[in-house]
Design a protein around this ligand. Structure first.
Ligand code: PLP
Length: 373
């Protein structure tokens, strides 16, 4: 099998796996207990928090462990909305992940006004777009770091600067970016940042929310006093330890990983450009390394996915078919891609473990399948 759907999830890193093992078997103490058996789990949480903070230039007390990207996004949006009932207006983009879009829909239902910015055709939310929506009554601006379907990386520093100049806070869903491109929360000036371990070779069901010290936010999961009394629930110690090791490892190798991923992309794009197939590469400007969103005119993305699957190649589509019609994804709709290209969209997302021979095999099979169809 060739796995090229790393934007959906990644393989657990072996070092992360090994670091987790003691906490699954012998070191199973509840970190909140005062007895000596809990010392190791408590120390492991402390170390993991510091390791993660170092990777994004945060303070350890600004890292809150969660169950993943979905929870972090829900917390950032709902927690902020409920913290200030006077200043209620929120702004996000129309091509966010549903963890953000549906959280916004939930607060809209409770009467909070939410505005949705439309990206450019290139898949970017530039500061001049935000300027058209933002006012002094805006409480929060939430724009994703990198889009999960087309890979465009947004100008986060410019957006957070603009949000602050209007007295608003800034959140970014960085689930696709953390561990893949360098992130410095101080330099970017973000107030909150969501991340998910399984997107950077950590385990599933664990993530974190960075919350800048002093940010006024309500807790989202109520219960015990874990996570500085802000996020209740017994900590997933093994998952948190695995997340920290995976992130540290990815960050240490980030330059080499990026160069390798761009090389894999180049293999695909060079062959495609030579073979005369009519296609568009979405989000080409400022893209996430290793992610290719390709739209083939007159093709069906579903058919391409299944034909490649038969050849042992795992990729994803940009649309979902049901028996009645093909639903174009909200991201492709937001960038205004024509239907006859949008329906034929696939996403290839390479990871650090993919080899050049994987890219060559994928492009050979893809060209073959498109000609055959
Ligand atoms: N945000 C983005 C941009 C994502 O790509 C994903 C997962 O696909 C999520 C949020 C949700 O993360 P999780 O799977 O950890 O809940």
């Amino acid at each position: 099998m060739i796995y090229a759907d790393n934007a959906a999830t990644t393989k657990l890193d072996k070092d992360a796996y090994e670091a987790m093992l003691p906490f699954l078997l012998n070191e199973y103490a509840n970190a909140s207990q005062p007895y000596s058996f809990s010392r190791k789990t408590k120390a492991a949480l402390k170390k993991a928090r510091q390791m993660i903070a170092d990777c994004i230039n945060a303070l350890p007390e600004e890292i809150y462990f969660t169950s993943g990207g979905t929870e972090s996004d829900n917390w950032a949006i709902k927690g902020l909305a409920f913290a200030d009932k006077e200043k209620r207006a929120m702004i996000t983009s129309a091509f966010e992940h549903h963890a953000v879009l549906n959280s916004c829909a939930a607060i809209e239902y409770l009467g909070y006004p939410v505005a949705y910015m439309w990206p450019t055709k290139a898949g970017l939310i530039k500061a001049d777009i935000l300027e058209k929506y933002i006012t002094n009554t805006t409480r929060l601006v939430s724009v994703m770091f990198a889009n999960n379907e087309i890979g465009t990386v947004q100008p986060i520093k410019e957006l957070s600067t603009m949000a602050h100049s209007y007295g608003a806070l800034f959140h970014t869903d960085a689930v696709q970016a953390v561990g893949h491109i360098p992130i410095d929360v101080q330099d970017l000036g973000v107030d909150m940042l969501s991340a998910s371990a399984h997107k950077f070779n950590g385990p599933k069901g664990v993530g974190f929310l960075y919350i800048r010290n002093g940010t006024s936010i309500c807790s989202y999961l109520n219960g015990g006093s874990q996570e500085f009394t802000m996020r209740a629930g017994t900590e997933n110690v093994a998952g948190i330890v695995g997340m920290a090791v995976a992130l540290q490892k990815n960050c240490e190798n980030i330059k080499n990983n990026i160069a390798h991923l761009y090389n894999l992309e180049r293999i695909i794009v060079e062959r495609l450009n030579k073979c005369g197939i009519d296609y568009i590469r979405n989000g080409i400007e400022n893209g996430l390394p290793g992610l290719l969103s390709l739209s083939f005119k007159g093709c069906s993305g579903e058919q391409l996915l299944h034909r490649l699957d038969l050849q042992g190649i795992e990729i994803s589509t940009g649309s979902a078919c049901n028996s009645v019609k093909t639903e174009i994804s909200h991201v492709l709709t937001a960038i205004g891609l024509e239907d006859n290209y949008a329906k034929g969209t696939i996403r290839i997302s390479f990871g650090k473990d993919n080899k050049c021979s994987d890219a060559e095999k994928i492009i050979n099979e893809l060209i073959h399948v498109i000609h055959a169809l």
